[in-house]
Design a protein around this ligand. Structure first.
Ligand SMILES: [Zn+2]
Ligand SMILES: [Zn+2]
Length: 262
């Protein structure tokens, strides 16, 4: 699947969800950080091109094409192979996300995603521009080296992954007693919550079962849609660009502002 087709799919999904957010919002008062989120997404796209990095599925296709892929799933019925590939990729994403919260240097990058106080569909791609490159040499590479898959299996994962936009949407939608089965806007909202009773919970991208087995599962209560974000926030696109070292610039700015004038 071409990169352009993926971008068209993302744009279409995003547009539909933006409409639904107007109709059925989890919060009517929160303000979306459209400019910062758009800047983050554009920086990611630019960084991917400049660094010659890959996306999850394009990396699998390349590594498979070069002979990589320890376990050949192509002989299985395509849906079975697609399910195994999806579970492996989602487990990789889960492990990486846990690492982003466990290691300070990774949190320094990932905190950009969490600093959005107006969680909505545009937050989905609000990640630091180096993140995809780090995934390219870790989890995405590991899955590509492990499995040899067919194009329909890759396409299946790309399409299902669009669900990440749903999980981040400002939508009053949860799955109640079956929250453990599949991620939802309510379930992921708790991961972004400012309420400390929700800290270190609900890390899953698609499959909350990984939270259940690691003890990080927090089932949302009916009507529970907490405020989101961090104390620290990006004040503009320039801070999005230099997020992990924004303190250097803030100190510089503060010292300039404290200079006596004249
Ligand atoms: Zn997180
Ligand atoms: Zn998120």
């Amino acid at each position: 699947m071409g990169g352009y087709f993926g971008i068209v799919l993302m744009a279409t999904t995003g547009a539909v969800l933006l409409g639904l957010e107007r109709l059925w919002p989890a919060s009517r008062t929160q303000r979306g950080e459209w400019v910062n989120n758009s800047a983050a997404f554009l920086l990611i796209l630019l960084a991917q091109v400049l660094l010659g990095a890959f996306w999850a599925t394009s990396e699998t296709r390349l590594v498979n094409g070069l002979g990589g892929g320890l376990v050949d799933l192509r002989g299985l019925p395509w849906l079975a192979g697609a399910a195994i590939y999806l579970i492996a990729m989602d487990l990789g994403e889960y492990a990486f996300h846990r690492a982003q919260h466990a290691f300070p240097w990774l949190w320094a990058l990932h905190s950009l995603h969490h600093s959005d106080r107006g969680l909505n569909v545009t937050t989905t791609q609000r990640h630091f521009w180096l993140d995809p490159a780090i995934k390219s040499v870790s989890i995405w590479l590991a899955v590509a080296l492990l499995f040899k898959v067919s194009q329909p299996m890759l396409t299946f994962y790309v399409v299902v992954s669009l669900y990440n936009f749903v999980s981040h949407a400002n939508l009053r939608l949860g799955f109640g007693p079956v929250s453990w089965l599949w991620n939802s806007p309510q379930y992921h909202r708790l991961h972004h919550s400012t309420d400390e009773t929700h800290y270190n919970a609900n890390f899953a991208a698609l499959l909350p079962i990984f939270d259940v087995v690691t003890g990080a599962y927090h089932r949302p209560r009916p009507g529970e849609f907490p405020a989101t974000g961090l104390e620290d926030r990006a004040v503009g696109p320039l801070e999005v660009m230099v997020w992990p070292i924004r303190g250097v610039f803030r100190r510089g700015k503060a010292s300039l502002e404290s200079q006596p004038i004249g």
